[in-house]
Design a protein around this ligand. Structure first.
Ligand code: NAP
Length: 291
């Protein structure tokens, strides 16, 4: 039975809070912890126990789910006695995007504490997280897969099982390279349309519905056209993901010039003060006169 399980959710930002809400709706016990407590507090009204620190959240829990910004934040949160506080036979579902090196560090930490570790980054953003439609890229020991799906089932439309822990993070990086490239060229295309006197909304309308008209281009392109960037995924975290792609490519002797160029665009947008806005604000770097 999934509904008598306790899940310690560390990190209730955009994604973690939505995932915790879906776990509560599925009838699970949730102990939520967030560094800035005020972001976890609203979950108490929906039945979560809000913990003062990660060890209190983890005490006797069947699962620990980490959804923090990066590997350093996860390591900091889960260090000390946190993993030892879990119930026997518990599982660590590591769902933050941490890249290859980050995943290896966290896997070592789990194995030092004898805790089963599932590397499970996600595809999808704020809305799919709220609607229980995330795609989980899961990898880890076969014996804990069924149990892990009790948790994933609460917020995922689909779980793709890969092989050993690490394969999920590698596939996530591949998808992220695709996203970073798309976003960079979309920002420059909208800027190019404007510079040449073409209405960028006409560009989006023209490609819509055909093979070139990705829903993603419509979603992020509309933000650029409207010059309004409500955050589903921050530019700061997208820049972090682009850097993880570049680190990994470098480790595998590959030079990704497009990812490098878009990372530089993210840097410009962040320096201009758009880091907490949606990643589509990379457009601001392509149109410095607007931004
Ligand atoms: P977010 O809203 O910015 O939340 C980040 C979380 O990390 C917050 O709980 C924040 O705590 C915490 N944090 C940051 N540094 C910390 C530290 N040093 N110690 C402890 N906690 C720390 O981010 P998000 O969008 O939910 O993303 C979470 C993870 O999911 C990231 O790895 C991201 O790449 C990945 N992801 C996001 C999306 C998306 O579309 N949003 C999609 C797929 C994957 P405070 O509240 O105290 O700052």
């Amino acid at each position: 039975m999934a509904d008598d399980k306790t899940v310690a959710v560390l990190g209730t930002g955009i994604m973690g809070a939505a995932m915790a809400r879906n776990l509560l709706s599925a009838g699970m016990e949730v102990r939520a912890w967030n560094r800035s407590r005020e972001k976890a507090e609203p979950l108490a009204q929906e039945g979560a126990e809000v913990a003062d620190n990660p060890a209190d959240a983890a005490k006797g829990a069947d699962f620990i789910l980490t959804m923090l910004s990066d590997a350093d934040a996860v390591e900091e949160a889960v260090g000390g006695d946190v993993l030892s506080a879990l119930a026997e036979d518990s599982v660590w579902l590591q769902m933050s995007t941490v890249g290859e090196g980050g995943n290896e560090r966290l896997l070592r930490l789990a194995s030092d504490h004898d805790v089963a570790y599932v590397d499970a980054p996600v595809l999808g953003t704020r809305q799919p997280a709220e609607q229980g439609q995330l795609i989980v890229l899961a990898s880890g020991p076969k014996e804990v897969r069924e149990r892990s799906e009790q948790v994933f089932g609460a917020f995922a439309g689909k779980t793709v099982w890969l092989g050993e822990a690490g394969e999920g993070s590698r596939l996530k990086l591949v998808v992220n390279n695709w996203i970073v490239g798309l976003l960079g060229v979309l920002a420059e295309t909208v800027a190019f349309a404007e510079a040449t006197g073409v209405d960028p909304a006409k560009f989006l309308e023209t490609i819509e519905g055909g093979p070139l008209g990705l829903p993603y281009a419509q979603m992020k392109g509309s933000m650029m056209v409207e010059d309004d960037f409500p955050t589903s995924f921050s530019a700061n975290l997208a820049r972090k993901d682009a850097a993880l792609v570049l680190d990994s490519a470098r480790d595998h002797d590959l030079h990704l010039r497009i990812a490098e160029a878009v990372t530089a665009r993210f840097d410009e947008a962040i320096q201009a003060g758009h880091g907490e806005e949606d990643m589509a604000a990379v457009y601001k770097a392509a149109r410095p006169d607007r931004g």
